[in-house]
Design a protein around this ligand. Structure first.
Ligand SMILES: Cc1ncc(COP(=O)(O)O)c(C=O)c1O
Length: 377
């Protein structure tokens, strides 16, 4: 049996997405910047995709810029937001994806900004009182806080963060790569300036995403060299990717309630099975409902290393990913679990689910995990 439980890393393409992309790959090859019929045809595919995405998110098409994915979108927001808006202080958390944390650290190291990290608790919730104090002391900051953590699934209340940012005249960027298409974002109400998307996290193609820039914000491009994306992102557009992204988002919104209920049930089932079958497991992050339902981060009783556990799962045909907290200062291991002070002696495995998983797969996974721990006992 083969079981894919690494959907926070990437997802399989939805058959309907593939169907939408195939004609573009086969026949619609014109350069969207060309003024002849071939170009006009692909240009209109891009603009239709933009309009469809904008409608789902309650944004204006003029606020959406297609990118090569989440990393580029986050880099654009942070680098250009800070430079072009003349910002000298940023606030972030120790839990961000490296696309955010490494970018901010570089800007802090080269003296462009001062960087403050907001306090977090052991489940990865940010301390809103501390955030407000930082904002009070540093008006006009650039705030970068992710919506859901990709390793633990703990959610940040971005509405509240956004309101605080507005109150203290801060610019707010949220990495929404793990929540896009899993929740409905209403950008007509959400007080954010930048949010980001990667299509491959919700059964779309790899190498395509977008950056939403609130119309009140004006920045210059990160990638220069072409007038594409209304002068905001140079480079010939990934037309079939953009078509696939829009289709994947449309399907996700169409099926959201059913998918959410199905995935939540699988996650809750896995939690109870793990608790019943493997004494001594605990969960990292906030597993209560209201947190990201696609992710479950499990700390197993001290035994083999995480690598050995993942290796055994892999041999059994089960794909998951992992990381332990590791000791402070260590280059390897998870910076997220370390920041949450998770026991470094315990291996942690992230299981992440999608609409394509089922209960039989969870049963198989539990059986294999039991074998791993029974052999040890
Ligand atoms: C929270 C988060 N941000 C950003 C990224 C990067 O996205 P991409 O792979 O599209 O560059 C990822 C993907 O792993 C992610 O989980």
């Amino acid at each position: 049996m083969k079981v894919y439980l690494d959907n926070a890393a990437t997802t399989r393409i939805h058959p309907e997405v593939l169907q939408a992309m195939l004609p573009v790959l086969e026949n619609q090859f014109g350069n969207p910047s060309s003024i002849h019929a071939y170009g006009r045809e692909t240009r209109s595919l891009i603009e239709t995709a933009r309009k469809n995405v904008a409608k789902l998110l309650n944004a204006s098409p003029a606020e959406l810029f297609f990118t090569s994915g989440g990393t580029e979108a986050n880099n654009t927001a942070i680098r250009c937001g800070i430079k072009d808006l003349g910002i000298i202080h940023a606030i972030s958390s120790p839990l961000e994806h490296h696309a955010v944390s490494h970018t901010l650290e570089e800007l802090a190291q080269n003296g462009t900004i001062r960087l403050s990290l907001v306090n977090i608790d052991k489940q990865g919730h940010i301390d809103l009182v501390h955030l407000e104090n930082l904002l009070k002391d540093n008006p006009r900051s650039f705030v970068s806080l992710m919506h859901a953590n990709n390793e633990t699934g703990t959610l940040t209340p971005i509405e509240k963060v956004g309101e605080l940012c507005r109150k203290y005249d801060a610019v707010f960027h949220s990495d929404t790569v793990q929540t896009m298409a899993h929740y409905r974002h209403d950008l007509s109400k959400l007080p954010v300036d930048f949010i980001t998307c990667a299509a491959h996290k919700f059964h779309g193609p790899k190498g395509v995403g977008f950056l939403y820039i609130n119309k009140r914000i004006k920045i210059h491009p990160f990638i220069t060299g072409g007038a594409q994306e209304r002068n905001m992102r140079g480079g010939t557009e990934n037309v079939y990717g953009i078509v696939g992204l829009a289709k994947a988002l449309e399907i996700a919104y169409r099926d959201m309630d059913t998918d959410q209920a199905h995935i939540m049930e699988l996650k809750n089932y896995m939690i109870s099975q793990l608790q019943n079958e493997i004494p001594g497991v605990f969960f990292n992050g906030d597993i209560s409902e209201g947190n990201l339902f696609t992710v479950l981060n499990v700390s197993f009783p001290p035994s083999d290393s995480t690598e050995m556990l993942l290796f055994n799962l892999d041999i059994a045909g089960i794909a998951a990913s992992g990381g332990s907290a590791c000791s402070s200062g260590s280059e390897i291991g998870s910076h997220v679990l370390r920041a949450m002070q998770v026991d470094p002696n315990r291996g942690a495995v992230r299981f992440s689910f999608s609409r394509f998983n089922n209960k039989e797969e969870i049963d198989y996974c539990i059986a294999k995990l039991k074998e791993c721990f029974l052999v040890k006992a």
